[in-house]
Ligand binder design. Structure first.
Ligand SMILES: [Zn+2]
Ligand SMILES: [Zn+2]
Ligand SMILES: [Zn+2]
Ligand SMILES: [Zn+2]
Ligand SMILES: [Zn+2]
Ligand SMILES: [Zn+2]
Ligand SMILES: [Zn+2]
Length: 337
């Protein structure tokens, strides 16, 4: 009974409790709280002053009761004291409950009385009522969290938001308007773009629009499209070849021009070298001529020989002659031997 999806009202004693006493009011005076003066809820007794308090009131009194303040040692009623207190009978506080309960059992009864009030535990729901009523309420409480039933969604929403969510859920199943298969809303665009067999696609060779399902099955095997495709391919490779050839031609032309230029340069160099050699030769000839002219000039300008010079010259000639005769002599001797 406690595992219900809603909480019970916190069990509170009615206030004042003594109003619910139906019999033996004479005993009542023995169980009045020393602090609040009502019939004590969960009575406790102070060990020092022997006064009785509600559980809530214990230690709260400030007036002196034989000691400064009741601040520590409280005890429950003994068995005998309980028996005595049970002479007090109370009626249940819940409307509809006719039970009369012993004083010491009153709290327990309140906790399980079938007329107690329960509150819906769903967030924002303010519904409350008797147990049976709340069981029924919970079934269709608008604030009950529900999980989206669509695969992969998993979103939680309140019961009253259900319709709105299901209408807009990204993962809701829909029917493809073209192929009529069930798809998920989120995948619709992808389905049309990639999968839907009824969607028209353009053949990249012949440009014809064909349904996707027909494309691979029929059109791609279609002779006219194949022919066209082959033609395109050939045309393409022809164009490529033409382009390459003209590039090669250009290159060859370029190389030829370079070679021609090189040859021309070589010739120029040769001519220049020839010129250089010729010039050098001419230079040498000119230098010779200049030298000869200089010598001639020097001889003409030379002064006449002095006397001393003349003597030296004669002597030189004598020596020369002596040497010369010796020379012949020696030579003759050598010959005789
Ligand atoms: Zn009290
Ligand atoms: Zn005390
Ligand atoms: Zn009751
Ligand atoms: Zn509710
Ligand atoms: Zn959803
Ligand atoms: Zn489709
Ligand atoms: Zn085609």
């Amino acid at each position: 009974m406690n595992q219900v999806p809603f909480t019970s009202e916190k069990v509170n004693f009615p206030n004042p409790l003594k109003d619910y006493v139906v019999s033996n009011k004479s005993v009542l005076d023995n169980f009045l709280c020393h602090n609040c003066k009502d019939l004590a809820n969960d009575p406790l007794i102070c060990d020092k002053c022997k006064n009785l308090f509600c559980k809530e009131c214990a230690g709260k009194n400030n007036d002196s009761n034989g000691h400064e303040k009741c601040d520590g040692t409280f005890r429950s009623l003994t068995f005998k004291e309980k028996e005595f207190s049970d002479l007090i009978k109370l009626k249940c506080k819940y409307k509809g409950c006719e039970k009369i309960i012993n004083y010491s059992k009153y709290k327990k009864h309140l906790e399980k009385c079938e007329f107690r009030i329960y509150h819906c535990s769903n967030q924002d729901c303010t519904e409350s009522g008797l147990f049976e009523y709340m069981i029924a309420h919970y079934e269709d409480c608008l604030y009950k969290l529900k999980q989206c039933p669509n695969l992969n969604c998993g979103k939680l929403f309140n019961y009253y938001q259900k319709d709105e969510h299901l209408k807009n859920c990204e993962f809701r199943p829909i029917e493809c308007s073209k192929c009529k298969t069930k798809i998920i809303f989120k995948n619709k665009e992808n389905h049309l773009k990639e999968d839907c067999p009824e969607v028209l696609i353009g053949c990249e060779f012949c440009g014809q629009k064909v349904k996707r399902k027909d494309y691979i099955e029929n059109h791609a095997k279609d002779a006219s499209c194949l022919k066209k495709a082959l033609g395109e391919l050939n045309k393409k490779s022809d164009e490529d070849m033409k382009k390459k050839n003209s590039q090669i031609e250009n290159l060859e032309q370029f190389i030829n021009e370079l070679q021609k230029k090189l040859k021309e340069d070589d010739e120029k160099i040769n001519n220049l070298t020839r010129w250089k050699n010729m010039l050098q030769q001419k230079m040498e000839e000119v230098q010779h001529i200049v030298k000869d002219i200089d010598i001639e000039k020097n001889e003409k300008e030379a002064p006449p020989l002095s006397v001393k010079n003349k003597i030296e010259k004669v002597e030189d000639e004598n020596i020369y002659m002596k040497t010369d005769s010796n020379f012949y002599k020696k030579k003759g001797n050598k010959g005789n031997k």
